[in-house]
Design a protein around this ligand. Sequence first.
Ligand code: ADP
Length: 182
Amino acid sequence: MKPIVKVKNLEKSFQNKKAVDGLSFELNEGEILGLLGPNGAGKSTTINILSTILAPDKGEVTFFGRRLSEDSNLIKNWIGIVPQEIAIFEDISTEKNVRFFGGLYGLEKSKLNENVKEALELVGLYDKKDELPKTFSGGMKRRLNIACALVHQPRVLIMDEPTVGIDPQSRNHILESIKLLL
Ligand code: ADP
């Protein structure tokens, strides 16, 4: 089986301090990979490189055999990102949030409608589609953020600490819905 994500000898420093030092791993289709390590180990830096937010100093990242350094625009269509800091609009409806992110990927209207519904159902927020996120708990906001990351149907979902600081019910819901994606 060919790995769908390949990371080889990745290095990144900030002001001469190594944040990532020669990291290599592979991810196969249908796998969930977690990066574990203490604070400052370089997990977010790695995720930011994979998400094309940061450029590495050295090393290579490929998604489905294409190099991130050469084909980042193509790869951006293939990945969904759930950042550590929740990134949603608090004052527009849940559905409009997901629709906005889907629109960024240029989905045509009927496909967008279908995907918005599917993403909200997956995270268990379809019945709250007309509500404003500012009324939500941290866990519900996180679930909405996941729906926003999934609406364009990415081939790889990248999440930075998706269950940190949230209620156990949302935590379980997030972990269960991720398994449903496999
Ligand atoms: P983790 O996510 O595992 O807690 P990070 O990737 O956030 O670790 O950080 C790894 C190291 O890089 C830490 O020492 C952190 O202080 C440093 N670092 C991360 N981002 C920056 C930045 N933008 N500027 C300077 N140092 C940074």
